[in-house]
Design a protein around this ligand. Structure first.
Ligand code: HEC
Ligand SMILES: [Cu+2]
Length: 428
């Protein structure tokens, strides 16, 4: 009989196993925190902690044998501090979805904040009522009587149906207004920069359809103008990708066989990072993109990743990009240009104006347009900084940089790669 009484209830089993798995998840962090703490000697961790997380107890020397109350406090402080800074990194901070820089980004950000504040109010109210109920209506010592057993209360039921309905309506109305705003084509009477965007494994192809840049084809780094509406027509030539500049606006799928629009007006000149947001194959994680928001008129200085950069006006940029490539000016660059042709690079890349390569490259979109590749900040879809060394490294073995990259590995000596890299660098 005693055996039966001791049998564990399923709830006890559930609680125990949850506690166990929680400890399993936490233990690497806490073990690390313990080690960190121990480096700030003299701290003696409590025995229960040492046992739980498999740490060796420190030698019980005179100075450390005294139990310190400070250590659990420090430990908790350290865990909170680690949790608090876990999302901090100057490298990634430019991808903060809350530091929005466009009209449509501001709308999404507004929704997020509105929901957050509404949720905080609801959370405080619900947990507040719960706390009051737990304290005020707890069982008195020695009182084993059942509370009054009643069924339903029309007034209460009305209240807790009406309040959520009001909340949902209050949230829905601005949401719908915002959704229609996001989906609205900008007014045709103003200046619009229209760009066809094609996602490819694993880079982005941009073709400009309006204004000074009409007809311009470029890759991975897209340039627009502050306070000018942008219309992007998003598609893909292979698998589904998703265009995403966190600080600009929400994600937009690039789907083969379909074209989806994306509308936004960037408001702040600057350089912003993006990342393909749809698992699209081996090099998905290194399919980045960059947005350059140029000032409308005079050049401005902007900061990116702790460094200062000067951005020309959009029109200046567009005019420079529309020009043909510069002819190789030295015998060394001439050699690089010749190698570029001989190594069959024009089979996949256009360099507008390069003699003997232009016609071959005119119709290809297999690889990025390289006419002004020297003016890009990065290559291989925001993967490498655009330096001659990185270019040479990429040209010699693209797959070593990006797994599965669709650019053929072409046999060449390091000298040949350096010569081609020098030529490409000169294509400002
Ligand atoms: C079979 C087609 C093909 C051939 C041949 C080819 N490439 Fe590429 N190339 C690509 C593709 C595709 C990419 C984009 C890869 C990526 O970022 O995932 C690329 C990217 C590049 C880039 C980076 C451009 C940017 O803006 O990110 C450079 C530079 C480049 N190729 C140079 C060369 C040179 C030099 C040769 C000749 C030695 C060459 N390519 C031959 C297809 C090709
Ligand atoms: Cu992708």
């Amino acid at each position: 009989m005693a055996k039966v009484a001791q049998a564990r209830s399923p709830y006890a089993v559930l609680v125990r196993s949850s506690a166990k798995s929680l400890r399993f998840c936490l233990s690497p962090t806490t073990r690390w925190a313990g080690r960190m703490l121990r480096t700030i000697q003299p701290i003696r961790l409590p025995d229960w902690y040492t046992r739980q997380f498999g740490l060796l107890s420190p030698a019980r020397t005179g100075s450390t044998s005294r139990k310190s109350l400070l250590s659990p406090v420090l430990l908790i402080a350290a865990i909170i501090a680690i949790a608090a800074v876990a999302g901090c990194s100057t490298e990634l901070a430019p991808r903060d979805t809350h530091a929005t820089i466009s009209d449509s980004g501001n709308i999404s950000s507004f929704f997020y904040k509105m929901l957050l504040y509404v949720d905080i109010v609801i959370g405080v109210a619900v947990f507040g009522f719960l706390a009051v109920a737990i304290v005020r209506f707890r069982r008195a010592a020695g009182d084993d009587s059942l509370p009054p057993q009643n069924h339903g209360d029309a007034r209460l039921e009305l209240i807790w149906t009406a309040i959520p309905t009001v909340i949902v309506v209050v949230i829905t109305i601005p949401m719908l207004v915002g959704l229609f705003q996001l989906a609205k084509h900008p007014d045709q009477n103003q200046k619009i920069i229209e760009i066809d965007v094609t996602g490819k494994q694993w880079w982005w192809d941009f073709t400009y359809k309006s204004g000074t840049a009409n007809g311009l084809q470029t890759a991975n780094e897209v340039h627009v103008e502050a306070n000018t509406a942008v219309v992007m027509n998003m598609t893909s030539s292979d698998v589904i990708h998703a265009w995403w500049i966190p600080r600009l606006t929400g994600k937009r799928d690039a789907t083969p066989g379909r074209t989806y629009p994306l509308y936004f007006t960037p408001l702040e000149p600057g350089i912003y990072d993006g990342q393909c947001a749809e698992l699209c194959g081996a090099s998905h994680a290194v399919m980045g993109t960059k947005l350059f928001v140029h000032p409308p008129a005079k050049e401005v200085e902007v900061e990116y990743a702790g460094k200062k950069y000067t951005l020309d006006s959009y029109e200046t940029w567009a005019r420079e990009q529309m020009a043909s490539s510069v002819a190789p000016a030295t015998p060394e660059l001439e050699k690089g240009a010749k190698l570029f042709r001989d190594k069959t690079c024009p089979a996949c890349h256009l360099v507008k104006g390069l003699e003997g390569a232009e016609s071959a490259g005119q119709s290809v979109t297999t690889g990025p347009n390289l006419t002004h590749v020297g003016s890009r900040m990065t290559i291989a879809a925001n993967t490498l900084l655009n330096t001659p060394q990185n270019l040479a490294k990429w040209i010699q073995d693209p797959q070593a940089v990006k797994p599965g990259a669709k650019m053929t590995k072409i046999a060449m000596t390091p000298d040949e790669a350096a010569a081609i890299a020098a030529y490409l660098t000169s294509l400002k």
